[in-house]
Design a protein around this ligand. Structure first.
Ligand SMILES: [Fe+2]
Ligand SMILES: [Fe+2]
Length: 303
C-alpha cells in the first residue's frame, strides 16, 4: 500500500499530542446550552421549516448527545481490537508494541471522555435522551467477525472522525466551545489511529488468502448493515427525545419528516462520510479494487 506510515512516527506524534480529559470538560468547562453542539453538515436539521430556531437548536443538541453515545459505543469494540492486536506480538518491534498500547490507552480515554460529556449533557438538558445498546451486545456482534473484517470497519470509523472535524467544525464559530474542543481533541488523536489501523490492516492482508479478503469485505458490509439497523432505531429515539424535551405536538407528517431528516443526518454522519472518504477508499482499493467499486455503488444510499 502506498503510504509512509510507521509505528515509530505515529508513536512520536502521539506522545507529543496526548491531552487530558480535565482540560476539555469538567470544573468551569461546562456545556453551553444556548448554542448548537453539532455542525449543520452532520445535524441536518435546518431544513425542517416547521420548527422554530429554538427547536432546531434542541434537536441539534439531541444529535450531539447521540454522537457522544455512538462514539462511546463503537470505541467499546475498538479498544479490545487494539489490545488483541498488540498482545499477539509483545516482543520484537518495540515501537509497534508501544504505538499499539498507546492507541488502546487513547481509546480507553476517549470512552471516558464521551461518558463525561454525556454526564454533563444529562445534568444540563431538559429531559433524558434514550440511546440504543447495550454496548456489550454490539461489541460481541462486531468482534465475532474476522480481525480483517473488523479492522476495515474500524478504519472507516477512524477516518470519519477526521472528516467530521475538518469539514464541519474547524472553521465553525457558532458551536458550543466545549463540544468543538471535544471534536478537535478527538481528531488530533484519531489522526494517528487512522495510520495505525492502516498498518494493522496491511499486516493482516499480508497473511490473508483471497477468500479471507473476500470474507472480510462481506463482514464489513454486515457490520455496516448492523450499524444501520441501530441508526434507524436511534433516529426514532432522537425524535422521541425531541418531543419529550420540547413538548412539541408534531403532526404525523411533521414527525415523519423529522424522522427522515434525522435518519439522513445519522446515515451521513456514521456511514456516508466513511464510504466516500478518499483515504479509506484508497486502502480498500489497494486490497481489492472490486470492493472499492462496490462500496462506491452503495454509498449514495447513505449520503
Ligand atoms: Fe477515539
Ligand atoms: Fe480511534
Amino acid at each position: 500500500m502506498n503510504n509512509n506510515y510507521s509505528y515509530r512516527g505515529v508513536l512520536e506524534t502521539a506522545e507529543r499530542i496526548n491531552w487530558r480529559i480535565e482540560d476539555i470538560i469538567g470544573g468551569d468547562k461546562r456545556l453551553d446550552f444556548t448554542k448548537p453542539f453539532m455542525p449543520e453538515a452532520l445535524a441536518q436539521v435546518d431544513g425542517l421549516g416547521f420548527l422554530s430556531n429554538e427547536e432546531k437548536k434542541i434537536l441539534n443538541q439531541i444529535r450531539g448527545h447521540e454522537y457522544l453515545a455512538m462514539f462511546g459505543l463503537v470505541e467499546e469494540f475498538i479498544l479490545p481490537f487494539a489490545v488483541d492486536h498488540a498482545s499477539e506480538r509483545l516482543s520484537g518491534d518495540d515501537y509497534r508494541v508501544r504505538a499499539l498500547l498507546q492507541f488502546a490507552g487513547e481509546e480507553a480515554k476517549h470512552i471516558h471522555l464521551f461518558k463525561q460529556f454525556r454526564r454533563e449533557f444529562a445534568a444540563g438538558f431538559a429531559s433524558p435522551c434514550e440511546f440504543i445498546g447495550p454496548a456489550e451486545d454490539v461489541k460481541k456482534f462486531v468482534l465475532s467477525h474476522s480481525p480483517l473484517g473488523v479492522g476495515i470497519a474500524i478504519l472507516h470509523i477512524e477516518w470519519i472522525t477526521l472528516r467530521h472535524y475538518i469539514e464541519g467544525v474547524q472553521d465553525n464559530q457558532d458551536l458550543d466551545p466545549q463540544f468543538k474542543n471535544l471534536l478537535k481533541s478527538h481528531w488530533l488523536e484519531e489522526s494517528q489511529h487512522t495510520k495505525l489501523d492502516t498498518l494493522m490492516i496491511e499486516e493482516l492482508v499480508r497473511n490473508a488468502t483471497s477468500q479471507e479478503i473476500d470474507q472480510a469485505f462481506k463482514e464489513y458490509g454486515e457490520i455496516g448493515a448492523f450499524l444501520d439497523q441501530g441508526i434507524q432505531q436511534q433516529a426514532e429515539f432522537d425524535v422521541e427525545s425531541f418531543v419529550r424535551a420540547t413538548g412539541r405536538n408534531l403532526s404525523k407528517s411533521e414527525r415523519e419528516e423529522t424522522n427522515q431528516a434525522v435518519l439522513k443526518g445519522m446515515r451521513w454522519t456514521y456511514l456516508g462520510t466513511g464510504m466516500t472518504h478518499q483515504n479509506f477508499l484508497e486502502t480498500v482499493e489497494a486490497i481489492k479494487p472490486a470492493a472499492r467499486k462496490q462500496i462506491e455503488e452503495m454509498a449514495p444510499m447513505f449520503c
